[in-house]
Ligand binder design. Structure first.
Ligand code: COA
Length: 376
């Protein structure tokens, strides 16, 4: 690595949609849908031609996942048992798209926190698990609205999009191709969640995050050194979404659930936990860091049990909330944004020399680690 180009995290930003859905509200709506569905198909169910749908439960959701509520951009439509998906009105081409809108809000906060003028930024990566259109890239729209002279593109690595984006930005800086890069993750996950699927209807929430990755030479004094980044992918069909331009259906098409998020949650849990724990320990070893000495783990926010197990394997003891903070209780799984929200909200108390890790994992499978140390 060229020592003159050392990547750091200068600041982060967060946009949280104002509306929330509690588990109780979600389950009420889902169970009303189940009641209507079973009443409508009572005859077929009675003769065994189709199975009755089972109700969901608040207790199951909290126990299985740790999620208590989530933020969404359109609460009314998601909760309406006759709709059960966000109804985001289409916008004209001369209006800001919703992904760019929430992304710009998070990006502006990151720029403000870093004391950075948009004119000094060289690139924008829109790193998220679902893009609302094919082109022009949301990243270029964000770049345009912020007034950035440079380049931008979209990248999708599902739940690991943000960490893959951070490594991509860090590599541009290491190579001298950019000095200041915004990694923006607008995650409107409510659009690809199947709100009619009992196994997963509680999983996701909407949010947007931004990470400003810069050359240490221009970064504010209050930054985080990036000690190392590591990415890994291993093919798996256990988390899948078949929606695409060659293969589409209305997102709310209840008849085609494979065009929305589908997973084998148990298998994901069992396969991803050991993979991610081993990856963190190996990468710590490569960087000469004792994993048990990590001050904080900002883990992907999908499931409280997964995070408990991963943190335990890395730290060698059960992690406290201080060592491995949770945001999925109020945000649910926000795909690639989860570990960034945790970092954004729970890093201000760390002091110079403290070392931690931002870690994501999800569909692909994909996993990314970013080891950081507070400068000072
Ligand atoms: N309400 C009540 N019961 C439910 C339910 C609901 N909403 N959904 C499922 N159940 C039932 C199931 O029918 C099953 O019943 P059975 O044992 O009688 O068959 C039981 O609860 C257990 O289901 P299971 O799917 O094994 O639950 P789980 O404990 O594995 O938890 C997840 C499910 C999805 C929360 C969990 O597996 C998980 O979080 N996995 C990882 C997900 C992840 O990280 N995905 C990445 C996305 S990017």
């Amino acid at each position: 690595m060229d020592a003159t180009h050392r990547p750091v995290i200068s600041a982060t930003g967060l946009y949280t949609p104002p509306e929330t859905i509690t588990n109780a509200e979600l389950v009420d709506s889902f169970n009303e849908y189940v009641r209507r569905h079973n009443a409508e198909h009572a005859d077929a169910i009675a003769v065994g031609d189709r199975p009755a749908l089972e109700p969901s439960s608040v207790e199951f959701i909290e126990k299985a996942s740790g999620i208590k509520s989530r933020h969404v951009v359109d609460k009314a439509s998601v909760l309406d048992p006759g709709t059960m998906c966000p109804r985001i009105p289409e916008r004209a081409n001369d209006e800001l798209s919703i992904m760019a809108e929430v992304g710009v809000t998070a990006a502006r906060q990151a720029l403000e926190r870093a004391g950075r003028a948009p004119g000094q930024v060289d690139a924008v990566l829109c790193a998220a698990s679902n893009m609302q259109r094919a082109y022009p890239a949301m990243a270029i729209e964000i770049q345009h609205v912020l007034g950035i002279d440079g380049f931008g593109f979209d990248m999708n690595v599902a739940c690991s999009s943000a960490t893959f984006g951070i490594q991509t930005a860090a590599d541009y800086i290491r190579a001298g191709n950019a000095r200041s890069v915004l990694v923006v993750s607008p995650e409107i996950t409510s659009g690809h969640l199947n709100w009619r699927d009992r196994d997963s209807h509680f999983i996701f929430g909407d949010v947007a995050t931004a990470v400003l990755v810069e050359d240490a030479a221009m970064a504010p004094a209050d930054h985080w050194d990036i000690l190392g980044t590591k990415l890994k992918t291993v093919f798996s069909n256990n988390i899948r979404n078949n929606f695409g331009f060659l293969n589409r259906a209305a997102p709310e098409g209840a008849g085609q659930p494979d065009k929305l998020f589908v997973q084998e949650g148990r298998k994901v849990f069992k396969e991803v936990v050991p993979m991610v724990a081993a990856m963190i320990v190996e990468e710590a070893d490569r960087l000469g860091i004792d994993p048990r000495s990590l001050r904080r783990l900002w883990l992907h926010q999908a499931n409280a049990g997964m995070n408990r197990l991963i943190a335990q394997k890395v730290l060698g003891h059960e992690a406290s909330e201080d060592e491995s903070p949770t945001v999925l209780d109020t945000y649910a799984n926000t795909s690639s944004a989860g570990s960034i929200i945790a970092f954004h909200q729970h890093s201000g108390d760390l002091v110079a020399g403290d070392t931690g890790i931002i870690c994501s994992f999800g569909a692909g499978y994909s996993a990314g680690t970013v080891f950081v140390r507070k400068a000072g």
